[in-house]
Design a protein around this ligand. Structure first.
Ligand code: BTN
Length: 258
């Protein structure tokens, strides 16, 4: 199991992971980080666990990951961001993880809207952003990262769509080193987030997204919208050219039709 000392040894960040909570087993690192954030914990505080009994994904779905093989962590953010721009924090996390993974493994990954990372057509990382607001501004945000690192087998329901870095790259990855790299990339990008500038993040995310120009369907609740993906809007929505004109969607699941 990870120890706090091991994970902080060599970590050069000042904010992310400076306050670190390490668990062998927990219900959900997001749930724990939210409790800490409610109690006023500082930004950058991070909760990491080897195993989650109630790991959660978007739309209340479970997040399953074998113990001791992956990275499961959540960080508290407190940037001054308006409610309308808070979903942009998802891209901050996705680009931070993407940069760290690419530096650690020299692979070329893909961002899938809104907050998944793919390798060779399969998902290896999901991000869950949970925001809390005070009036029209963000009070805090918890960004949770589930990254399949060295897990080589997936259950029947997941096998055809989930993968891990080790499975795709055929090499085991040093999880501590990768964790530290991600926190480092977060710290670097967080400077512009604090200034309300997401332009570099959106540019980078757009560059890594292969959905543009393709026909996609976005399903959110009872609504369904099909169109050609154009790009991310400046406020983090996905722009679609539909039969009814240009539309921007902010939440949902996207499937590539062709
Ligand atoms: C998704 O793809 O739906 C998002 C999955 C996010 C999973 C991570 S694992 C660490 C953190 N704690 C949780 O309970 N969820 C996130």
């Amino acid at each position: 199991m990870f120890s706090k000392e091991e994970l902080q040894n060599g970590l050069k960040t000042k904010t992310f992971g400076h306050k670190l909570f390490v668990f062998e087993k927990i219900d959900s690192t997001n749930a724990c980080a939210k409790t800490l954030a409610e109690a006023g914990t500082e930004e950058g505080a991070t909760v990491i666990a080897e195993f989650q009994t109630e790991g959660r994904g978007r739309f209340g779905r479970p997040w399953q990951a074998e113990p001791g093989e992956n990275l499961l962590f959540s960080s508290v953010l407190r940037p001054t961001v308006l409610k309308d721009n808070s979903s942009l924090l998802t891209y901050f996390a996705a680009v931070s993880v993407a940069r760290a993974v690419e530096k650690a493994s020299s692979c070329s990954l893909e961002c899938k809207w809104p907050n998944d990372l793919y390798l060779n057509g399969k998902k290896f990382c999901g991000i869950l952003l949970e925001n809390s607001f005070k009036q029209s501004s963000l009070d805090y945000s918890v960004v949770g990262v589930g990254l399949n690192v060295n897990q080589r087998t997936f259950n029947e329901q997941l096998a055809d769509r989930a993968t891990s870095l080790a499975q795709e790259l055929n090499v085991d990855i040093d999880r501590k080193e990768l964790f530290q790299r991600i926190l480092q990339e977060m710290e670097t990008l967080y400077e512009s987030v604090k200034e309300g500038d997401f332009s570099e993040i959106i540019r980078d995310w757009n560059k890594r997204c292969k959905m543009f120009g393709k026909q996609i369907t976005v399903r959110g609740g009872k609504e369904e919208l099909t169109g050609t993906a154009v790009r991310l809007s400046d406020d983090g929505g996905l722009m679609l050219e539909t039969s009814g004109g240009l539309r921007t969607v902010y939440a949902g699941d996207a499937t590539i039709v062709r």
